[in-house]
Design a protein around this ligand. Structure first.
Ligand code: MLT
Length: 234
């Protein structure tokens, strides 16, 4: 039977063989929610990059520069990391160079995967349906915060495990942690996440409306995947 693992931090990726797996990278607040939203509104491709300089250099090649550091928009960049900045449709057909504190670092660390997908609550069913139909074993890679575990990515991993537990074996305790957390909090996720470090950080930055939106399941039927260094949906 196929297996599904939850990797609770990018610092733990060395414990897994990614080369024969589908890896779903998740940064609920907010990088992968933002990427999902951008594709749902017509962005052609996203080039995830680890550092600010590389992102700035891509501007010369026509890329829109997007992202954040520590939750705040980077000075001189075209866009920040709020899903609401990507809903207007004015960037339709364009390419984005994207760099974030944790999400794009997690993508960087999982480039050896057989298949790399972007997951968020916003495209939860698209992720689940794809994993169900695939013959690959899977890893849900939680981006966390600077190597540390966080609640919101673990919750998403739990939602995926909950949907797939009869299709996959779940070998380790991380899957149980995620599943139990999700099952106990799914009906009051927003209140529960009020305690989380990143929700407190976003609240301090007066970023409020992104939180509830990023926790809303199935807003979009898109599934970004990495092909040749760029995320695409086609
Ligand atoms: C990240 O990649 O670290 C996050 O998306 C931070 C944020 O909320 O902007």
């Amino acid at each position: 039977m196929r297996t599904i693992n939850v990797c609770l931090s990018p610092e733990l990726t060395h414990l897994y063989d990614l080369s024969d797996k589908t890896v779903v990278v998740v940064d609920i607040l907010r990088a992968t929610s933002c990427m999902t939203t951008a594709f749902a509104h017509g962005i052609a491709a996203i080039r995830p990059v680890a550092n600010l300089e590389e992102c700035r250099e891509l501007k010369v090649q026509g890329y829109i520069t997007s992202g954040e550091r520590n939750g705040e928009k980077v000075e001189g960049f075209d866009k920040g990391n709020s899903p609401f900045e990507y809903m207007g449709g004015e960037m339709k057909g364009n390419k984005i160079a994207f760099t974030t504190t944790n999400g794009t670092q997690a993508i960087e660390k999982s480039k050896s995967a057989r298949e790399l997908l972007i997951g968020s609550f916003l495209n939860l069913s698209a992720v689940v349906n794809h994993l169900k139909a695939s013959s690959n074993s899977a890893i849900i890679l939680c981006a966390g915060w600077k190597g540390r575990v966080n609640l919101e990515d673990t919750l998403f991993a739990g939602a995926v495990i909950d949907a797939l537990k009869s299709n996959f074996e779940t070998p380790d305790d991380a899957e149980l942690i995620a599943l139990q957390l999700y099952q106990h909090t799914k009906d009051n996720m927003i209140e529960f996440l009020g305690q989380s470090s990143h929700v407190k950080r976003l609240n301090r930055l007066k970023i409020h409306k992104d939180i509830a939106f990023c926790l809303t399941p199935d807003q979009y039927d898109v599934l970004p995947r990495l092909v040749g260094g760029e995320l695409i949906t086609k």
